[in-house]
Write a protein that binds this ligand. Structure first.
Ligand SMILES: Nc1ncnc2c1ncn2[C@@H]1O[C@H](COP(=O)(O)OP(=O)(O)OP(=O)(O)O)[C@@H](O)[C@H]1O
Ligand SMILES: [Mg+2]
Length: 327
């Protein structure tokens, strides 16, 4: 077991000039948003046009940057080449609901069913996965927009990242199935109708374009030269356990794991016999868990970021974190 960083965050990113989609995962509160912000700032300083985006319903990016970036891509003050965007989940959900309502209404009319679409819409949208799926679609839309050189995503901790990305596979299966039954329904209808003219089928068109978008996303997200998922942890039991599980899942899904970032490690040189017990105990605890980290994530540790005397807020503070993350 080597207790040092083999390939640093900086080396990893520099070696992959085509890297375009960068994600941060990990347990709640470990510093994902901070690392996403620091990475975005560092990349922008390299001259890349960077989009720092969040699908997190909590207004974390605006808070981090000290600037309102909610609802639309916004240039970050004082940082050339950097834009930030907190996606309005509520708005997306409303729009998705409307879209689904239109499609269902069209379908009911097509099938000569006289029921109100609302009931169908409610049952289609009243499930917990709907919000996540709307967020995923948003992310894909941004990714496929191709307006920036690099996209850094601060993924929400609750939005189970694996499910989010694994979803594209499920979508594809589902859409193919839907398409098949739509085809059957359509030929049956054409068979029964006297007029043989082909009718426009907006639902089918939608499903096809949806499947294609998801397929594209899947291709991009599984390409290790384009995509990297970094996992943030603390030198503590639970955050380590959480990312160990994540990394396993990601390997199973063929989603590229960029590596592990250890955050909030107390600088030992600041601690001595006279330091309070509380501090010395924490340092001992972190030292023990660092053994775990080196062992479990062999060759995957990219950076160790110290615990600062203050929270990380504002671009100046993020620049300092970036210097440590990309040392
Ligand atoms: N190295 C550090 N030193 C000091 N404070 C830090 C450090 N890294 C992060 N923080 C602070 O820890 C808190 C949590 O960080 P952050 O919001 O980035 O975590 P998160 O993983 O995104 O949380 P959530 O799961 O809620 O989205 C913030 O107040 C942040 O300023
Ligand atoms: Mg966060």
């Amino acid at each position: 077991m080597t207790k040092n960083i083999e390939t640093s965050m900086k080396a990893y990113v520099m070696d992959r000039q085509r890297l375009r989609y960068i994600f941060f995962g990990g347990k709640g509160g470990v510093g994902k948003t901070v690392m996403a912000g620091a990475t975005a700032i560092w990349l922008a300083k390299q001259g890349r046009r960077v989009m720092l985006a969040s699908t997190n319903p909590v207004h974390s990016l605006s808070g981090l940057l000290g600037q309102n970036v909610f609802g639309k891509p916004t240039a970050v003050e004082g940082v050339p080449n950097l834009w930030a965007y907190e996606i309005d989940t509520k708005d997306t959900i409303e729009r998705s609901k409307q879209e689904i309502r239109d499609k269902i209404q069209w379908f009911l009319k097509f099938a000569d069913i006289s029921t109100k679409a609302d009931e169908f819409v409610e049952s289609a949208t009243m499930n917990p996965a709907f919000e996540e799926s709307a967020m995923f679609e948003n992310m894909v839309e941004l990714m496929l927009g191709n307006e920036y050189d690099v996209y850094v995503f601060d993924t929400a901790p609750t939005a189970n990242a694996r499910r989010l990305l694994g979803m594209s596979k499920v979508y594809s299966l589902w859409v193919n199935k839907m398409l098949k039954s739509r085809e059957e329904a359509r030929s049956l209808r054409e068979l029964l109708s006297f007029t043989k003219k082909k009718e426009a089928d907006p639902l089918m068109d939608y499903l096809v374009s949806f499947r294609d978008r998801m397929g594209k996303a899947q291709t991009l997200l599984t390409d290790p030269s384009l995509t990297a998922f970094f996992f943030v942890t603390l030198a503590e039991a639970l955050p380590i356990a959480v990312i160990t599980r994540f990394i396993g899942w990601f390997h199973d899904f063929g989603i590229p794991v960029g590596g592990v970032i250890v955050n909030m490690l107390i600088d030992k040189s600041q601690v001595n016999d006279k330091s309070p017990d509380f501090v010395r105990n924490r340092v001992d605890m972190q030292t023990r868990y660092m053994d775990d980290v080196w062992q479990k994530f062999e060759g995957m540790v990219r950076s160790i970021v110290p615990l600062y005397e203050n929270e990380v807020r504002g671009t100046e503070s993020l620049k300092r974190t970036a210097d440590s993350l990309f040392v």
